[in-house]
Design a protein around this ligand. Structure first.
Ligand code: DC
Length: 237
């Protein structure tokens, strides 16, 4: 069944904690219903990579917010579809998909995402990507700030240990040398920065449906999300 022809397109906003599996769910739903998928975290990661490459990050883990805010008009982020339904992130035309998933970028991305000038610029880009609806976007503030009127909002959570284990498996499969303690520390520290930053902190929208997927398999999550989508679509005038 082609779900896109059954109803007028909507916006699906999927927010939640890092490594909660929300990107996988979001990407699979988008492929199934013929919507565009946007990984907004990849946009923050690409911006963090730009800051690292241009000497805007300091050895103490802080970022030159003023320089990066001024550089935002020079940062162009695109997504290139890849076979198998995935996509690669392009930073000013360069494929940076692998680099933005490195521990180096992971450890600097939360301070980058806390800079108001970065958030304003990326929020504007995300809103323009969703202008025609028919989009599934995942992140931290999609249902609260980017698309407060999204027709379907989901907030995904799972314990920090579960998320660290998932992330560790992913990193080891990619050949990254790390261990559980290091990954758990990174997950906990990112949670803290994401939840306590002043600008658009990670929080659940009042009208979001909460999913704790700690004990769910990937197919169970996919089915659950598809059910929510079909229910929302069926309720539309
Ligand atoms: O989902 P992720 O782990 O790839 O996100 C990377 C970082 O970007 C994470 O620290 C939170 C931040 N982020 C954000 O602040 N707002 C978003 N909409 C998406 C990600």
């Amino acid at each position: 069944m082609n779900h896109t022809t059954a109803t007028s397109p909507i916006i699906v906003a999927i927010d939640g904690y890092s490594s909660s599996g929300k990107s996988t769910m979001a990407r699979r739903l988008a492929a199934e219903i013929g919507y565009r998928y946007i990984d907004s975290g990849a946009m923050y990661r690409a911006t963090a990579l730009y800051a690292m490459r241009h000497g805007m990050t300091r050895p103490d883990g802080t970022v030159d917010a003023r320089a990066l805010t001024a550089a935002m008009p020079q940062i162009h982020i695109d997504f290139r579809p890849e076979p198998g339904g995935t996509q690669h992130t392009l930073l000013n035309g360069e494929d940076v998909e692998d680099e933005i998933r490195s521990m180096a970028v992971s450890s600097i991305v939360s301070p980058v995402a806390a800079i108001p000038g970065v958030r304003h610029a990326l929020t504007a880009m995300q809103q323009s990507l969703g202008r025609d609806k028919g989009i599934v976007m995942d992140g931290r503030d999609i249902g609260t700030t980017v698309f407060p009127d999204a027709e379907l909002k989901v907030f995904v959570k799972a314990s920090a240990q579960t998320r660290a284990q998932r992330r560790l498996t992913e990193l080891l499969a990619k050949g990254v040398s790390t261990n559980f303690e290091e990954v758990l520390a990174n997950v906990v520290s990112r949670d803290h920065i994401d939840e306590t930053r002043e600008e658009s902190p990670l929080r659940c929208a009042a009208d979001a449906i909460v999913l704790d997927n700690s004990t769910m398999t990937a197919p169970e999550q996919d089915r659950w999300l598809m059910d929510q989508f079909l229910k929302t679509a069926a309720e539309r005038p």
